[in-house]
Design a protein around this ligand. Structure first.
Ligand SMILES: [Zn+2]
Length: 49
């Protein structure tokens, strides 16, 4: 599992996603934002070791 740091493009809230797949090729991810409480686009800021 890799921890990925994401930032919601709507509210700017940052959080971590644990995923077994590689997000480094992606620029944006459509995912549920716990702050907005709905699905939004997220910027993938990088990998946390
Ligand atoms: Zn948000």
């Amino acid at each position: 599992m890799t921890r990925w740091r994401l930032a919601c493009s709507e509210c700017g809230g940052e959080w971590f996603l644990e995923a077994s797949y590689d997000l480094s090729e992606m620029r944006r991810l459509y995912h549920y934002c716990r702050f907005c409480r709905r699905n939004t686009f997220h910027d993938i800021l990088g990998r946390e070791e």
